[in-house]
Design a protein around this ligand. Structure first.
Ligand code: FAD
Length: 384
């Protein structure tokens, strides 16, 4: 009896598997590497509503509600902390950007505050440098442990009856009479009457043979992680021009990232993810972040790595069941902010796979929105 195959064991696929398995459906997750091998294991781990596109904000708010109970729901401490998010201004022009962001998001009902000067910013986060001129502050944003959270979803899915096959890659999605019939994989054919593609930057390559064009520009982001340090920062911070972001993990490690690479890489051939950032780019990133958080300047570095971002032209994801192929669900293109959304994306995938009305309006996330449009250069996206 064919069931549901999910391609990709990141937070999107793992959360979808958990949602479907809890409802008693036969689910198999395949991942060509392993659970949390790509963006979901390499992310900053920010869980934020602030800085979201209006279309995405309802999903982020629902996700934040779910994050609050996730450790209990999944039976594992995912280190979720609702400790706030600061978006910082370092120039007078950025102060205007932040002020406008606060006004527009407050108009959408988000509890977002404008901290108008350095004193106000340091009253919230004393470790910030005097170079911070102003900030937005969302007290209900936070962060979580990416690998623990993604694995917790996968383990919970297994406890509810799902099968997870790591080291198995999807080669092609099989379709007959406009309906999915299964997935050709490196371990043979898996029959399925529904297929959820949650393969991050590799999603477009799986959709192209079905005649579906998903424009994704794959960008590289570098991450630096320090050794454990005494507590110094509760909040996640980002900056107005999105060139860096960071937080302190629960065990004291500082984890910070740069902005998206200017140029795109080909995910099929890029070695960016498997190689470490260069010594120069690590040095530049440390210097950049030290202007915001001076403690970073002398923090011993424990690890560095690169991650890939699946950036769409409007920096919004595709969460859709395209009409052309019955049984197909696509959830990818999260553009650097899909970790927070994971718990909701999983539920939405389940809704779409089961053919019921999705619990949130997904009009802004249809794949067809790109059809026939010139592909503009992807906008700079706020990650973190
Ligand atoms: C450095 C960095 C910082 C970030 N910061 C934040 C943040 O602070 N907050 C936030 O919300 N988001 C952030 N993001 C984005 C977030 O991490 C991603 O949007 C999210 O993790 C995407 O999850 P996913 O499950 O959709 O994709 P992924 O985690 O990329 O998972 C896709 C999976 O599919 C598998 N796969 C691919 N092709 C195949 C195939 N053919 N067959 C089988 N399996 C396949 C891969 O191995 C992978 O495990 C950041 C990302 C990066 C890289």
């Amino acid at each position: 009896m064919p069931g549901i195959v999910i391609i990709g064991g990141g937070i999107t696929g793992a959360a979808a598997a958990d949602a479907l398995a809890r409802e008693g459906h036969a689910v198999t997750v395949i991942d060509r590497s392993g659970i949390a091998a790509m963006a979901s294991g390499r992310t900053l781990g920010g869980v934020r509503q602030s800085g979201r596109d209006p279309a995405e904000l309802p999903l982020a708010r629902a996700a934040v509600e779910l994050w609050a109970g996730l450790s209990e729901t999944l039976g594992v401490d995912v280190e979720y902390r609702r400790a706030g998010n600061l978006r910082l201004a370092r120039t007078p022009a950025e102060v205007d950007v932040i002020r406008a962001l606060v006004e527009s998001q407050r108009a959408q009902g988000l509890d977002l505050h404008f901290l108008p000067d350095n004193t106000a910013a340091r009253a919230v986060a004393p470790a910030m440098s005097p170079d911070v001129l102003a900030a937005s502050y969302c007290p209900t944003d936070g962060h979580a442990n990416p690998v623990k959270a993604t694995r917790a979803f996968a383990d919970s899915a297994v406890r509810h009856g799902a099968t997870i096959r790591e080291g198995v890659a999807a080669i092609a999605i099989r379709v007959a009479r406009d309906k999915v019939t299964g997935v050709d994989t490196t371990a043979g054919f898996l029959p399925a009457d529904r297929v959820i593609v949650a393969a991050g930057v590799h999603t477009p390559a799986l959709l192209a043979p079905l005649g579906m064009d998903m424009p994704v520009s794959t960008r590289v982001v570098s991450v630096v992680q320090s050794v454990p340090l005494p507590p110094c920062l509760d909040q996640v911070f980002g900056v107005a021009n999105a060139d860096c972001a960071g937080r302190q993990e629960v065990d004291g490690r500082l984890r910070f990232t740069d902005g998206l690479s200017e140029g795109a890489v080909d995910p099929a051939h890029s070695t960016a993810e498997s190689s470490a950032p260069s010594a120069t780019s690590v040095r530049d990133l440390v210097a950049l972040v030290a202007h915001i958080l001076p403690i970073v300047r002398n923090a011993p570095i424990a690890r560095t790595w690169n991650g890939l971002i699946d950036l769409t032209p409007d920096a919004l994801p595709v969460i859709d069941a395209p009409e052309a192929v019955a049984g197909l669900v696509v959830a990818a293109g999260f553009s650097g902010h899909g970790f927070c959304l994971g718990p909701v994306s999983g539920l939405l995938c389940a809704d779409l796979a089961l053919g019921r009305a999705p619990r949130h309006d997904l009009a802004a996330f249809r794949l067809a929105r790109f059809r026939g449009k010139p592909i503009a250069p992807a906008a700079l996206s706020l990650h973190g």
